[in-house]
Design a protein around this ligand. Structure first.
Ligand SMILES: NC(=O)c1ccc[n+]([C@@H]2O[C@H](COP(=O)([O-])OP(=O)(O)OC[C@H]3O[C@@H](n4cnc5c(N)ncnc54)[C@H](OP(=O)(O)O)[C@@H]3O)[C@@H](O)[C@H]2O)c1
Length: 245
């Protein structure tokens, strides 16, 4: 195990995040896994005896800055970052089917979770990530955030929050390319994966198109291991294929 390296999983309690934590914990190239969440660590946080470092936080900028301060001892040693935040539905919001369903409150909540929180992390983390080691950052986006691929309409808030996330990541990649040259950023589409987020929409998905979180975590970690540090944002699916913007 390399004691000199660490991986960060942001938004760590979700279905995909849990599987990604498991995959990173099993990677002999990664010494420490740090999980950050609004919630306390789940009981079964990893199958083995070694557990990730678990940090609870709110997602206000001052609280997030305090977490980054707490991580100073890992400066220059972080080689993987996976940003897992995302909401599609909740007790108070549901993806819009038509114009009448659009609400300012829902748009604001979805943009806050899906776009603002990931971008704030990348604003706050850049000094910690700067290093001589390669570091790969993946943000979980979605194919429905592709403007070119939008033929169906609907899901206004979710789609546009992911399109905005992609634009933010592209813009960040340009600045990181100048200032934090060891970092590669990937906007990643996991495919429809069996988690709480997709549960209400799984009925119409053929069983061979509904992935397990473990399958997706393995694909994502493989893609991150191979990614070239080229100062560009890549928008990739679980099969390592590019998605049109
Ligand atoms: N499942 C799919 O089919 C699918 C398909 C395409 C894209 N994705 C994307 O994959 C990512 C992970 O989703 P999942 O399927 O694992 O869903 P999930 O199990 O519902 O997890 C949602 C994640 O979002 C975070 N989160 C929830 N509410 C939040 C809020 N208000 N503010 C900030 N963070 C919040 C949670 O982090 P905490 O630990 O802090 O609670 C959690 O990690 C999302 O970005 C999603 O859009 C999923």
């Amino acid at each position: 195990m390399s004691e000199d390296t660490a991986a960060l999983v942001l938004g760590a309690s979700g279905g995909l995040a849990q599987a990604i934590i498991g995959e990173l914990m099993a990677d002999p190239e990664i010494g420490t896994v740090i999980a950050i969440s609004r919630s306390a660590a789940p009981e079964n946080v990893s199958a083995g005896t070694v557990k990730p470092i678990w940090i609870e936080t709110e997602y206000t900028e001052p609280a997030m800055a305090a977490v980054v301060e707490q991580l100073q001892s890992f400066a220059g040693r972080i080689t993987r970052v996976v940003i897992c935040h995302g909401i599609l539905h909740s007790e108070t919001l549901w993806p819009e089917k038509r114009l009448e369903d659009i609400s300012a409150e829902a748009l604001q909540s979805v943009f806050q979770a899906n776009t603002v929180v990931p971008v704030l992390w990348l604003k706050l983390l850049h000094r910690l990530l700067k290093s001589k080691q390669r570091c790969v950052v993946a943000a979980l986006s979605a194919r429905v955030g592709s403007i070119g691929d939008n033929h169906l309409g609907g899901w206004y808030a979710y789609r546009s929050s992911k399109a905005a996330l992609n634009m933010m990541l592209r813009t960040l990649s340009i600045e990181y390319g100048r200032r934090v040259k060891n970092v590669k950023i990937i906007s990643f589409h996991p495919g429809t994966t069996d988690t709480a987020l997709s549960k209400p929409f799984q009925a119409s998905v053929p069983s061979d198109k509904l992935f397990t979180p473990e399958f997706v975590a393995e694909r994502l970690c493989g893609i991150m291991n191979e990614a070239e540090i080229d100062g560009q944002l890549s928008y990739l699916d679980w099969d390592n294929k590019s998605i049109p913007w």
